[in-house]
Design a protein around this ligand. Structure first.
Ligand code: CMP
Length: 435
């Protein structure tokens, strides 16, 4: 049922979402006013507002129960029965009926019956969790806010309980007694306890109650501090992850006595990853996505290469999609040989950023320098011959590779792309330096 609710809140039409919000707000008001009413009742005090609020609550919860029944929300899940009972008992005026029909019912039963609608706060809680999931960017702050609200509610409940059960100063005004009870609850919950209001040490019930509040308080505040700490730690999640990874890699290199020069290269690589991608591994994230969203993500992430390769700019949308999904990202380090002359080629490369040198037969003099928007490594694939030259990165390069199989597949569907690549390969093979 909770799962059903999760999907329903994201997919339900706006009016129902607004209604859900309204019932959650009503539940919150009831969670404040019903214990207040019980407290006032035990102090022989009544206020028409408390009575009116209670009946508004019953009406709202009854309408909500009927709406959910008609939407068949309670069917087909194990938790459906639990939600059914919870909503039903929150909507029925069990307390007032009991008071009329069984006048000498035990006190605890009467109080529990009157407080039944407070249970609806569970729905408010699940709704707030839903929102946290739907909007992960503010989940941390929402979590802290809902914890603070929950602790404020607990303080209120305990304060009311304290007056209802232990209050022994009926001559003071009820509002002042409530304030004193809240003051006592807060000081006891924070385990500060100034000692100006103390439990009767000869009364076991008083002592146990005070200790219980202290324990709840210690747990609750520990929970808040923990939440705030994890919220702060996650504020810059990407940087923390990156630093964490760097620490592990440094420890690994120290442990394996990796030479200084190699360490610098590793650092340079990760710094480049951080500068250009904030350390995120694109392919790791993409592989987890369902195909339809993945293609859209890939189209977006690779829009730079599509804009830079002159041929792509004029290509039709279908060809672009066919190509883009086949491209695999690759980073080349400065000085790295991306292609070795004589090798069997199995992929071609597109340059998204950076510069590569195509080296002449002396293996040192560049015969061509290719920059972003160019491609290379196509001759071996088109002509089915070994690589004709060395290609070396002269800076950090962001490349995309296209495998032989993918290239052939795209060419059979879009011969005009094959024609374009073939023409450039023929010019380059003629060995005039071409950019
Ligand atoms: P391939 O032979 O597969 O591998 C080396 C690559 O260098 C080659 O494909 C071309 O893409 C590229 N290349 C070779 N000669 C030139 C040139 N003159 N100008 C630009 N690129 C070239």
């Amino acid at each position: 049922m909770i799962a059903a609710m999760s999907s329903s809140s994201s997919m339900t039409p706006a009016p129902f979402a607004r209604w859900e919000l309204f019932t959650a707000f009503t539940a919150f008001i009831m969670a404040i006013s019903l214990p207040l009413e019980q407290m006032a009742y035990h102090a022989s005090y009544t206020h028409p507002m408390l009575f009116i609020t209670r009946w508004i609550g019953y009406i709202v919860f009854s309408i909500d129960f009927i709406v959910r029944l008609r939407r068949k929300e309670y069917r087909g899940s194990a938790n459906g029965n639990a939600w059914f009972l919870l909503d039903l008992f929150a909507a029925l005026p069990v307390g007032p009926v009991l008071m009329r029909t069984w006048t000498d019912a035990p006190g605890w039963l009467m109080v529990s019956a009157h407080l039944l609608p407070v249970l609806r706060i569970i729905r408010t809680y699940t709704l707030s969790r839903e929102w946290q999931h739907q909007n992960p960017a503010t989940a941390g702050i929402r979590r802290i806010a809902s914890t603070l609200v929950f602790i404020a509610l607990c303080t209120h409940w305990i304060g009311c309980w304290q007056i209802a059960v232990y209050d022994a100063s009926p001559e003071t005004h009820i509002a002042m007694r409530y304030l004193q009870a809240i003051y006592w609850t807060v000081t006891t919950m924070t385990t500060i306890g100034y000692g100006d209001i103390t439990p009767d040490k000869t009364n076991a019930g008083d002592l146990l109650f005070t200790m219980l509040i202290m324990v709840i308080g210690a747990g609750a505040f520990g929970f808040i501090i923990g939440n705030i700490a994890s919220f702060l730690a996650n504020l810059d999640f990407a940087r923390n992850q990156h630093l964490d990874k760097m620490q592990r890699i440094n420890a690994f290199m120290r442990y394996n006595d990796i030479p200084e020069k190699l360490r610098e290269q590793v650092h340079g690589y990760y710094n480049y990853l951080w500068r250009t991608r904030k350390g995120f591994d694109e392919s790791e994230i993409l592989t987890e996505l369902p195909a339809s969203i993945r293609i859209e993500m890939e189209m977006h992430l690779r829009r730079d290469i599509v804009a830079k390769v002159p041929f792509f700019r004029g290509a039709d949308n279908y060809l672009l999609r066919a190509l883009v999904v086949e491209l695999k990202p690759l980073i080349a380090l400065p000085g790295e040989y991306i292609i070795r002359k004589g090798e069997i080629g199995d992929k071609m490369y597109f340059i998204a950023s950076g510069t590569v040198d195509v080296l002449g037969t002396d293996k040192t003099t560049p015969i061509a320098t290719l920059t972003e928007g160019s491609f290379f490594g196509e001759i071996a694939l088109m002509e089915k011959i070994p690589r004709g030259a060395d290609v070396r990165a002269s800076t950090y390069c962001d490349l995309y590779t296209l495998s032989r199989a993918a290239l052939e597949h795209v060419i059979t569907q879009y011969p005009e792309f094959g024609e374009h690549v073939r023409k450039l390969a023929a010019v380059r093979k003629g060995s005039a330096p071409v950019n």
